[in-house]
Design a binder for this molecule. Structure first.
Ligand code: VGL
Ligand code: ZN
Length: 202
């Protein structure tokens, strides 16, 4: 068992990010069993859940003439447009059916405001609006976080960098993550995480 000050953050292990899903990350379902095994070592387990309204502004379908994976400028900065995914209440938004959700202490939902996306489990993509996760971890005296999940180069990356900037000591278990790898996003994510002081382990 890890010390009580060490939390496991399981990022977006949802059907839409696994094989057959709307935004499938190659190999996504292969990390579920080892994540379950790792959960058993932690006294604090947090799940994040991407949770969009059906007309979310990150969906290419909401922008005429735009296709998934194109980039647009939003008031809060550049935004990749995605296929419709993780729509609130849909099967795609549900956690992978093999994920041991009973072991989670809390589920943090994110991306539920139409006008702004939220890759990070800590802040929306304006890098300012909090999700509440920081307060939750601090009130439980958590100092160290280990991250696993999907996708390594988007939601895991943004969550890990924010956690490091907030002063947590941060490890990303890259062997328990899978990446989308869009236009060099995986290499950029590795650099961003290392720059922020995140420990990348396999
Ligand atoms: C994610 C793209 C859009 C992720 C979520 O979980 O990495 N990526 N929404
Ligand atoms: Zn999303």
């Amino acid at each position: 068992m890890r010390p009580q000050s060490h939390a496991l953050l399981v990022i977006d292990v949802q059907n839409d990010f696994c094989e057959g899903g709307a935004l499938a990350v190659p190999g996504g379902s292969g990390i579920v069993a080892p994540i379950n095994a790792l959960m058993a070592e932690f006294g604090a387990v947090v799940l994040s859940q991407d949770w969009h309204p059906e007309d979310h502004s990150s969906f290419a379908s909401q922008h005429s003439g735009k296709a998934p994976l194109e980039l647009i400028d939003m008031p809060y900065g550049p935004q990749v447009l995605w296929p419709d995914h993780c729509v609130q209440g849909s099967a795609g938004a549900s956690f992978h059916s093999d994920l041991e959700t009973n072991w989670a202490d809390v589920v943090i939902r994110k991306g539920y405001r139409r006008s702004i996306d939220s890759y990070s489990a800590f802040f929306e993509n304006d890098h300012k609006t909090p999700t509440g996760l920081e307060g939750y971890l601090r009130s439980r005296n958590i100092e160290h976080v280990t991250l696993v999940g999907l996708a390594l180069d988007f939601c895991v990356n943004f969550s890990a960098v924010d956690a490091a900037h907030l002063g947590f000591s941060v490890e990303v278990r890259c062997d328990l993550c899978r990446a989308i790898d869009l236009n060099g996003s995986l290499e950029a994510a590795r650099i961003a995480m290392l720059d922020a002081g995140v420990q990348l382990t396999d």
